[in-house]
Ligand binder design. Structure first.
Ligand code: ATP
Ligand code: MG
Length: 508
């Protein structure tokens, strides 16, 4: 399969022509990269010389040793591109690192290029400034289409399978397969033909979910929450509704920029995570949840590698929503991390920030956090997120809505309850706590001979509950103060001042 030059191929060619000494290509797809390099070399009249630990340099078994191989690169004639496959395990050795640095200077004045190709990025700090990293993108829709056509041709005449596809179906199949490597796509197309005797979208999507799950960092989230399940937040809802069609071709034609993302800051249990899921249903886009903690957990690959991979996967699934829940868990203390973790956190965070700033792919980021003090200030700078929203405790009208939602969810008729009264007694309760009031009261009434739930069951629970806002009054006041001139409120109604005493005689 011959590759049409894509943008990465062009970038590689430019780097080679501009005499960049060492280029690090990150890709799982050795075959594609190799083919692209072969074509570049042909065009530019260069020789392609390969190295692997098993076969040495250019088939010279004597140069299997990494240092011997680098020596040979140094002494080889000009006009060559050296492709070193899976060299990364050897880049921890200080002699290898020094040799590579020496090569950087020597190659700059030569017509030789050293290409390091591995599926993961592992770069020692000493070489960070010397080596250019190229992320070899996953196959484009055109690449996948060619691959699909190849499969269709190869089974033509086989009456056991039906490979006919309408234009629409073909587009759907390709969209479902986007985000897979060529190998993965080839496998899943074949699997679908074996299992279903045709190209089946569900088989392909199922496989893609598997692959995203296997990457261990992103989670494909099936959103079941509707926007109507979120109580209150009228302003945020308006904002989101206005942008529902913003990823369409029509919006682009009209001149609208694609929205970048929002940061939801606020009080615990007030519906930040819930909102993220609801937006996915509203916009009907896949929701990928990024676990920042796992990026750093070291279970799978290096932290930087994990961040890059997560971004690449999200872009390949675009348009989609990238949900970064509890942002502070991963990125807290980036300022001090220079000491604690050799700057890894800062670098990973930097990767994320610059991606946010420049991203072209329609990936809408929804980040949530309930601790502003833990977040690095760079994050708040204009241009990163479209908007920073502050999710406060629900005000009276919102609490009414939240009571109604959770009563309805549990099969209760809202008209049979005085939600206005309930809301006025539940000052300082978060959405999660209101839900808990309904649930606890239901336990009581069920235990009490499964009789119907009454308002006094709920009022009793409210009376004995200590909402978080009481124990964390100061924290919330601080958060409100911080947000007052930095963030936009999600709701038009203002929540009660927690320093006021709202207790009245008839409830006590
Ligand atoms: N505005 C709301 N409307 C309806 N239900 C709500 C609302 N806020 C919270 N809830 C209920 O409380 C649950 C927990 O809320 P959620 O996890 O979204 O809070 P959060 O703001 O993400 O909290 P944390 O900061 O602890 O992550 C929700 O699943 C939902 O059932
Ligand atoms: Mg949450």
């Amino acid at each position: 399969m011959s590759n049409q030059p894509t943008t990465v191929d062009q970038e590689l060619e430019t780097l080679i022509r501009a005499r960049y000494p060492i280029v690090y290509v990150v890709s799982w797809e050795e075959r594609r990269v190799e083919e692209a390099l072969r074509e570049i070399c042909q065009r530019r009249g260069k020789k392609l010389v390969q190295w692997t630990i098993t076969s040495g340099l250019g088939g010279n078994i004597g140069a299997r040793d990494p240092i011997a191989a680098l020596d040979q690169v140094l002494s080889a004639p000009d006009q060559s591109v050296f492709l070193l496959k899976d060299f990364h395990p050897f880049m921890t050795d200080h002699v290898v690192i020094r040799k590579l640095r020496d090569l950087v200077y020597a190659l700059k004045t030569s017509y030789k290029t050293l290409i390091l190709l591995s599926p993961m990025l592992k770069l020692p700090v000493e070489l960070e400034k010397e080596i250019t990293v190229v992320d070899y993108q996953l196959p484009t829709v055109t690449d996948l289409d060619r691959l699909l056509e190849g499969i269709i041709q190869s089974v033509r005449g086989n009456s056991q399978v039906d490979v006919r596809l309408s234009t629409d179906q073909r587009e759907q199949v390709l969209k479902a397969a986007s985000g897979l490597t060529s190998n993965e796509a080839e496998n899943v197309f074949a699997k679908s033909l074996v299992e279903k005797r045709c190209f089946d979208i569900d088989v392909i999507l199922g496989e893609k979910e598997q692959i995203i799950r296997k990457s261990g960092i992103l989670e494909y989230y099936r959103a079941s929450e509707a926007f109507n399940d979120v109580g209150g937040m009228d302003l945020l809802k308006d904002w989101m509704n206005q942008r529902t069609a913003s990823f369409s071709g029509k919006a682009k034609e009209y001149g609208l920029p694609e929205p970048k993302g929002i940061l939801l800051l606020g009080v615990q249990g007030c519906g930040k995570s819930l909102t993220a899921k609801a937006i996915a249903s509203l916009w009907r886009l896949p929701l990928l949840r990024l676990d920042v903690g796992r990026i750093f957990a070291g279970i799978v690959g290096s932290s930087e590698e994990n961040m890059r991979k997560a971004i690449a996967t999200a872009e390949s699934v675009a348009p989609c929503l990238l949900w970064i829940d509890e942002l502070e868990k991963g990125f807290s203390g980036t300022q001090s991390s220079g000491i604690s973790d050799g700057g890894t956190t800062s670098r990973v965070f930097g990767t994320f920030l610059s991606w946010m700033q420049d991203k072209k792919a329609p990936v809408f980021v929804i980040a949530t956090s309930n601790d502003v003090s833990a977040l690095p200030p760079e994050l708040m700078r204009k241009g990163r997120f479209d908007e920073i929203f502050f999710v406060d405790l629900p005000a009276h009208p919102e609490r009414k809505e939240i009571f109604s939602i959770h009563l309805r969810k549990r099969g209760r008729e809202v008209a049979n309850h005085d939600v206005d009264l309930l809301a006025s007694k539940a000052i300082g309760f978060s959405g999660a706590e209101i839900e808990q009031v309904v649930v606890s009261a239901l336990y009581t009434s069920f235990h009490d001979g499964a009789r119907e739930l009454t308002d006094s069951d709920m009022l009793d629970v409210i009376k004995v509950s200590v909402p978080l806002s009481r124990t964390m009054r100061e924290g919330i006041a601080e958060l409100r103060y911080w947000a007052s001139d930095r963030a936009r409120p999600v709701a038009s109604a203002e929540a009660e001042d927690l320093d006021m005493d709202y207790t009245d005689d008839d409830t006590n």
